[in-house]
Design a protein around this ligand. Structure first.
Ligand code: SAM
Length: 340
């Protein structure tokens, strides 16, 4: 029997953040000059991550996505991948990365058993990349994307957060680039999550605007008919190319969300907008039994009622969700700590 929450949503996938550190400073995620980092001693070891992941596997998780911060900053990530990939309960093991360190890492990750890679890529222009991320690293990311292809990963996705006046003129260029790379691009609406301290409604480029831009250029788009818990709605261009749109801001999909999130220090979060989580590190390190931890996870999921993005959509006069002064007190509220 799947584990269901109060809205009947099954627990199906786990986003595992392996570090809160990042080498980019994307304007919509880490725009500040200084951050409060998780204490190093709190960060879970690979063995602890494996122990907790197994518990999630036992209550129904079959898909795991490694994220961060920037997951490739975590030393020896391929050995965690190899450990997880050997778990019989795991059907799908994916990585979300900014791609800066991917050129070197891709072959080892493939060898370790990683199934899929998603690279975040917001622009194809070097000067713009530097302005939006505060690092001159576009060429490294492009080399990383090439390396994913050469390493033989069958599935590559490119995730683009579209923000007005920054990269909304590159929608078609990114579709063309993805096609060349045999990848699928997914356009993500700008979200007012913790960390997005400069978020404002008029900076959001909506799903409808993205669709209009695509159909103006390519002609009629056909929605791809699929029932899944994947966040992207997919569309087919007349030539068969598919494109995804993740409309978390204007048309949220909380009702089909099957994701749990575990921060690098072992806090279980149920929603990107959650203000509180459940610490699994403390009981794990205190020697709690498997059954105790399983019961805790089961109880948390069964009590889940959140519809964070839907509730945010209903707010009038919406601005940044978490004020900077609160982010400075609790880094768990940051998107880069909870993994996106
Ligand atoms: N460093 C990795 C990366 O860049 O993919 C993984 C972590 S990052 C937090 C995960 C995803 O969250 C990225 O695709 C990023 O673009 C997205 N993200 C961060 N802040 C966002 C925001 N305010 N709105 C929409 N997406 C956001």
């Amino acid at each position: 029997m799947p584990l269901l929450d109060t809205l009947g949503r099954p627990l199906g996938s786990l986003r595992l953040s392996v570090t809160d550190r990042c080498n980019l400073r994307c304007h919509y995620c880490m725009p500040e000059d200084e951050y409060l980092w998780l204490p190093r001693e709190d960060v879970l070891s690979f063995e602890e991550i494996g122990q907790l992941a197994d518990l999630f596997g036992e209550v129904g998780v079959g898909r795991v996505r490694l994220t961060g911060g920037e997951p490739l900053l975590r030393r020896d990530l391929p050995s965690l991948v190899a450990q997880l990939a050997a778990r019989p309960w795991l059907r799908d093991l994916a990585l979300t990365t900014n791609g800066v360190l991917l050129a070197h890492a891709a072959p080892e990750l493939k060898h370790a058993g990683l199934h899929r890679v998603t690279v975040s890529l917001d622009t194809l222009r070097r000067d713009r990349f530097q302005r939006l991320t505060r690092m001159d690293a576009l060429n490294a990311v492009l080399a990383g994307i090439d390396a994913v292809r050469s390493a033989g990963f069958p599935d590559l996705k490119l995730d683009t957060v579209v923000t007005r006046g920054d990269n909304d003129d590159e929608i078609v260029d990114l579709v063309e680039f993805a096609r060349e790379m045999r990848a699928e691009v997914r356009f993500i609406e700008y979200m007012d999550v913790g960390g997005a301290t400069s978020w404002r409604p008029d900076a959001v480029v909506s799903r409808q605007e993205i669709l209009d831009c695509l159909s103006d250029h390519y002609g009629d788009l056909t929605p791809v008919d699929e029932t899944s818990s994947a966040p992207a709605a997919r569309y087919r261009l007349p030539d068969g190319t598919t494109v995804g749109i993740i409309s978390s801001t204007t048309q949220p999909f909380c009702r089909t969300c099957d994701r749990a999130r575990l921060t690098a220090d072992g806090v279980l979060l149920l929603c990107l907008y959650a203000q509180h989580g459940t610490d699994l590190r403390r009981p794990l390190r205190a020697g709690a039994s498997r059954e105790t931890l399983l019961n805790l996870i089961r109880a948390v999921w069964k009590g889940r009622a959140d519809r964070g993005a839907e509730e945010r959509r209903a707010v009038r006069g919406r601005g940044a969700y978490i004020p900077l002064r609160l982010l400075k007190k609790d880094s768990h509220l940051e998107m880069h700590t909870r993994g996106g």
